[in-house]
Write a protein that binds this ligand. Sequence first.
Ligand SMILES: C[S@@+](CC[C@H](N)C(=O)[O-])C[C@H]1O[C@@H](n2cnc3c(N)ncnc32)[C@H](O)[C@@H]1O
Length: 258
Amino acid sequence: METPGTIRIEDDDYDAAHAAVHGSPLMRRLFADAMGDGYPAEVDPFSSCSWWLLGRLVTALRMPPGGRLVDLGCGRGGPGLWLARALAAQLDGVDFSRAAVEVAAARAPSFVPAGRARFHRRTFAGTGLPDACADGAVSVDALPFAPDREAALREAHRILTPGARLAFTARVTPGASDPPGDWPAMGHTTGFDLEETHTDEGVDPFWARLHASWLAHADALHAELGERAAANLLTEARVFATRRADLPPAQLLVLRRR
Ligand SMILES: C[S@@+](CC[C@H](N)C(=O)[O-])C[C@H]1O[C@@H](n2cnc3c(N)ncnc32)[C@H](O)[C@@H]1O
């Protein structure tokens, strides 16, 4: 999850993870313990999505009433569904994991009336959505996984109406083309202006606590999630224990479509 540009994760790895994590009481407990009172339990995020982030997203999107919101890399749907309910928006969630979009669709009635949310098994670079259909887009701990980040931004530009915002979490290395990369510069190239950036000071301590807890519960994770999903999470935890200190800070970026 916390791995853009560092570990190659395939879509069937995500399928395995989403299928295993959905309904895992242990994973929910470890996420909740690591995030503390910033944890939005109903959202059940597979990410660093906290009350802080949800509040910032509500403010940053400037959604019109009844507008359409797109959640890019929606996972099991929690952040987008919570935002769609809070903003009285229509929702399109996009994710390349079949397991994720199936779970997200099943969760939708707990958040929004029938017909207000749709989920699509598509990619960042090919959402399948119509031109200029969206009044806002979010992506929580997902867009940096795009294999071609400029193609992902061009696709976001295509589906947003002029003036609409794309709000997403990422790390930024000014002037660098290698991941994490210079997201404001890539945004400018692909037709966006940078409107806001906010550093989320809670993210790195959260991942450090979560990864430590996965390693401490390795046997229980294997038993509850199965070998493949548990092994991927434990690899992520080990890799990030050594690399976290070198990463730039986690940020919320808000780009406005020109
Ligand atoms: C860390 S999870 C975050 C999920 C969700 N946003 C949340 O906060 O719970 C990253 C998501 O990005 C999706 N993803 C990764 N690469 C993708 C791509 N190229 N196209 C579409 N989805 C992708 C994964 O399947 C996964 O659900």
